[in-house]
Design a protein around this ligand. Structure first.
Ligand code: ADP
Ligand code: MG
Length: 349
């Protein structure tokens, strides 16, 4: 949040476009055999032989998707990669390459882009993906980042949104709502900072949820875990927008309904305490908050013994016939229709 006034600043103009690309990308190494040619020609060349290739792109705009007043650039670079890898993992595929395109205004010095690329580099290393290209251009205001992630899978391994069947169990990884509550804490500190720039926020009690917002991890481990358990999901999606809209995607594309049980939704204790502090409803935060980058999938009921008791996996409901619709079964056992915003009793207010 605090800007160091003594930091060195190098104008991007001094480098030129090619100098900048070379400077930002020279320390990246190629680790995948499928990367035939990486950065340096008009196009990268990839060779997946008999595998299928999965491709996914996201576009992030300053002021819309991120706020640099509390998002350090290194974290932004890391998170931008995670957002994309999450989509590849949601196909049950292995992520292998990314491209990174940026548009920057002249308010950003070279050192700022170095920070951004330090985060990208950390992500490519930790998740073993090759940076194989991108594009670099200027923008009139602000920073724009677009990342494309590429992955591979055998045809029979890929899991679509469309394979869920009535009576399948609905399973979520990790816990939900943390990223949204972390954002609430950061937004509050930003307001405090505006009033009193000398205030030193104590974010320690919120470290888990702030980290969920600033440094999310994509669930690369789940595909491996499910393989080990010999469980193949019938459908899968990543939770980028909140549990309820992702459930509705699975329902729509699989032509099924769903019963989601409120008391099963996994919430971390720090999410519950932050919800109390901010006077928010934990269930609504999990349903509508977004940015958790957990995975949501369905499995055949007979697979239940294989996942039972696994600390990474929580059964939160089951799919039904399409004509039954998608509902939240609340703690007091009422049946409330799910909407993309949460549940529809909130739509009126
Ligand atoms: P072109 O003129 O064909 O668009 P560029 O000069 O933009 O080529 O890019 C040269 C090489 O550098 C290409 O391999 C391109 O993919 C890569 N590249 C350009 N910008 C970036 C970036 N921001 N991050 C990573 N690689 C990049
Ligand atoms: Mg270019």
């Amino acid at each position: 949040m605090l800007e160091d006034k003594n930091q060195e600043k190098t104008d991007l103009e001094n480098l030129g476009e090619f100098g900048l690309i070379e400077h930002l990308t020279k320390h990246f190494s190629i680790n995948h055999k499928t990367t035939f040619k990486g950065i340096g020609d008009d196009a990268a060349v990839l060779d997946f032989k008999e595998k299928q290739t999965v491709v996914s792109t996201d576009l992030l705009i300053e002021g819309v998707h991120f706020d640099l007043s509390y998002m350090p650039l290194k974290h932004l670079g890391y998170k931008a990669v995670m957002v994309n890898l999450s989509d590849i993992y949601a196909m049950n595929a292995k992520a292998t390459q990314i491209t990174v395109s940026i548009a920057v205004s002249n308010r950003f010095p070279l050192e700022a882009l170095e920070e951004l690329y330090a985060g990208i580099a950390l992500a490519t290393k930790s998740y073993n993906v090759d940076l194989v290209g991108g594009d670099t251009t200027s923008s009139l205001t602000g920073l724009i980042i677009s990342i494309t992630a590429i992955g591979e899978a055998n045809e029979d391994e890929i899991v679509y949104r469309s394979g869920a069947k009535a009576n399948d169990l609905l399973v979520v990884t990790g816990d939900l709502g943390g990223a949204y509550m972390g954002l609430q804490v950061l937004e509050r500190e930003k307001e405090v900072f505006k009033v009193n720039p000398n205030s030193q926020p104590d974010l320690e009690p919120y470290s888990y949820i702030v980290e969920r917002q600033l440094k999310p991890e994509a669930r690369r481990d789940i595909s491996e875990l499910l393989n080990k358990l010999e469980v193949r999901p019938t459908s899968m999606i990543d939770i980028s927008d909140g549990l309820s809209s992702e459930i509705l995607h699975l329902c729509k594309q699989s032509n099924v309904g769903c019963n989601l049980f409120e008391d099963k939704i996994p919430l971390d204790p720090t999410v519950i305490s932050a919800c109390e502090e901010f006077k928010m409803d934990g269930t609504l935060v999990a349903l509508s908050g977004g940015e958790d980058y957990e995975l949501l999938f369905t499995i055949d009921q007979k697979e239940f013994p294989k996942i039972k008791g696994n600390p990474n996996l929580t059964v939160v409901g089951h799919m039904t016939a399409e004509n039954e619709g998608a509902h939240l079964i609340s703690r007091n056992n009422s049946k409330i229709p799910l909407t993309a915003q949460g549940w529809n009793s909130f739509a009126k207010t």
